[in-house]
Every structure is written in C-alpha cells, then in structure tokens.
Ligand binder design. Structure first.
Ligand code: TYM
Length: 336
C-alpha cells in the first residue's frame, strides 16, 4: 500500500487592527480560524497596511497592531503550528499589490460596495489606497497559493475580485496563482448591530451599545444584550422580519453549538428577558478565556515581538517564491 502523506490544504485570512475586534469579527471570522487551524496549513495576518486607508494616529496604529496580534494568540492560535504575522513585516504584499493593480480594471474596482460605503463615510479622504484596497487583499491571498479564505459575508465581493484577477493573470502568463475559495460559516457570517439589526455589527459604529467588543466586561456585555432591539411578538423563533431575535439566536447558536430548532425548543413559552439572560451568559463564558489569555499576553511584549518576527520570516519565505515567479513572468529584469 502506498504510504504518501498528502500536503494539507492552505488557509489564509487577515483582520485589520482598527480597534478591538467585535463579537461579529470573532463569530464571523476568528472562531472559524481557530476551528480550521488544526486541519489546515494556516497563515493569519494583522492587516496594518489596509488600515491606513482611513486616517489613524501613529500611536493608535502601533498599539492596535500589537493588541490584534496578541488577540490572534488569545483566541487559541498557536504560533508554532500556524504562521501568525503582521502584513507590513512582509514587503512582498506591497510589491505584489502594485503588480496586481496593473491587472485590475478601474471599472471592476469601482464596483466594490465597501469602497462606495467607505468613500461616502470618509468623504474628506477618498484616497487611492482606499480604491486599491481589494488588490492589496488579493495580493495577501495569492502570495501564499491559498486554498480557502475564511471571511464574513462582507468580504465576499473582495474575494471574488481576487479570484478574477488570479484567473486573468493565469490566463495571460500560464498557471501562476491558485484560485482561492471563500469559506463562510453558516451561522455568524453576518452578525448584526444590536441596535439596528438590519446593519452589520461594526467596531466603527458611533453607538457603543450597537456592538460587543472582545474587551467588554461581563457587566457591559449583559447590559448591551439586555438593551438589544427585538420585536413585540415575544416569541423566540427564527423568522423573517425578526432581525433582532434572529441575530441573538445566531449569536447564541455560535456560542453554544445549538441549532435554531434546539434554541426555539429551549425557550418555548419563555419571554425575551430569559432568552437575553441566556445569550449574555453564553457570550460571557465564550469570551472569558480569550480575555484572560489576552491580558496575560499583553504583559509579555518580548514574547509577542519574538513570535511576530518568526511569523514574518516564515511568511516571507513562502511569499517570495510566488513573487519572484510573478516578476519573472511579467518580464522584470532579474539579476543575481
Ligand atoms: P475586517 O478587519 O473588517 O474584519 C475581519 C473579519 O471579520 C469579518 N467580520 C464579520 N463577520 C460577521 N459579522 C460581522 N458583523 C463582521 N464584521 C467583520 C470580516 O468579514 C473579516 O473576515 N479586508 C479585510 C481584512 C483582510 C483580509 C485579507 C481578509 C485584509 N487582507 C486577506 C481575508 C484575506 C477586512 O477589512 O476585515
């Protein structure tokens, strides 16, 4: 019998260091990263290059990058088994990003809904980086010959663009990039705002009651869930028009592993007060170990630095293989 070991499929994803992640980031993306980390060859990045598309102060960017890196480890990603790195530590991302700009049409980048939303929101700073954001994201993914990209719904259009650019480049220059597939969880792919449940939960929401941050204390979490917008029916069931309850059911399901049917049965005949109490408890229990580990790691900056340095070295080795292949195919003069 043949005894060959199949190489594991590769997973890459990234998160911007624009503030403490929300429960939406955690349930929509980070928790899937943790689940995938055992079975795949994984790379996870702090996308700091992406976050300067919106104005930020240098001190905040630095602090948030360190916090986000610590958070990746706090959710249970082992830096020995996964490659955990910071995007700007691997210059190949910017280099391939530029090249991919030249293989992306103005029209297709203009169709990105996130670009339209963000340029409306930051009308005083619609910079070229904001427009080119998806080509840098494509570079992040394509550099590593990635099979799967775990993301929330809101990033699906960007992934579609990365696939199109990869196919276009492969068509012009022969097989160069693997064409990546999105991995979007069934529940949790779009955790909604607690105050306006038709909108996604976002860390940049001006109303702090709308989102749960991974740094929120148990009391704050309980208060925010208690004040979450619901409806007047008073019955815990998943149905159209019940965005608030549907969202809380999604959150409860992600934290407990229960199906929607099981949740409906558990709260049959009970009111929203009981349900909200149970959701709050489940979220607090889910986040407690993450918060404890995060606090511990933030007290050991030397260790974080060592891991980030090693992560960047490991990522660079893979990235440069793809980048030099691309540069050769495009026709850049390569010396030495
Ligand atoms: P970012 O930093 O906005 O969000 C990180 C991840 O969290 C997901 N997410 C959500 N999922 C469910 N419900 C929500 N309310 C919610 N809010 C956010 C996002 O879909 C994302 O998966 N452009 C990316 C970062 C990035 C990237 C990449 C991702 C840069 N390079 C390469 C994948 C591959 C972003 O801004 O995510």
């Amino acid at each position: 019998m043949e005894n060959s070991v199949q190489p594991k499929e590769r997973v890459l994803s990234a998160i911007q260091p624009t503030g403490m992640p929300t429960l939406g980031n955690y349930l929509g993306a980070l928790k899937n990263w943790k689940n995938m980390s055992e079975d795949y060859d994984c790379l996870f990045a702090v996308a700091d290059l992406h976050s300067i598309t919106v104005r930020t102060t240098p001190a905040d960017l630095r602090r948030r990058s360190i916090e986000m890196y610590a958070m990746l480890m706090a959710i249970g990603l082992d830096p020995e088994k996964n490659i955990l790195f910071v995007q700007s530590h691997v210059p190949a991302h910017s280099q391939l990003g530029w090249i991919l700009n030249c293989y992306t049409q103005f029209g297709e980048a203009s169709r990105m809904t996130q670009f339209k939303d963000k340029s409306a929101k930051h009308a005083d700073n619609v910079n070229v980086g904001l427009f080119a954001y998806p080509t840098l994201m494509a570079a992040d993914i394509l550099l590593y010959q990635t099979d799967y990209v775990p993301i929330g719904e809101d990033q699906k259009q960007h992934l579609e663009l990365a696939r199109n650019v990869a196919e276009r480049f492969n068509g012009l220059y022969s097989e160069t990039f693997k064409v990546p597939k999105p991995f979007i969880g069934k529940v949790g792919a779009r955790i909604k705002s607690l105050q306006e449940p038709e909108k996604k939960m976002s860390k940049s929401d001006t109303n702090a009651k709308a989102f749960i941050s991974l740094a929120d204390s148990s009391d704050v979490i309980a208060k925010k869930i208690k004040s979450a917008v619901t409806d007047s029916e008073g019955c815990v069931r998943f149905a159209e028009g019940k965005d608030g309850i549907n969202n809380l059911m999604g959150i409860y399901s992600c934290c407990t592993g229960k199906t929607f049917e099981e949740i409906e049965a558990e709260f049959a005949g009970k009111g929203y007060g009981d349900f909200k109490g149970a959701v709050a408890e489940a979220v607090v229990e889910e986040l407690r170990p993450v918060q404890e580990e995060f606090a511990r790691l933030m007290g050991d900056k030397a260790y974080l630095e060592k891991c980030a340095k090693e992560g960047a070295e490991k990522a660079s080795r893979i990235a440069y293989k793809t980048l030099s292949k691309v540069m050769r195919k495009v026709g850049f003069w390569q010396v030495g």
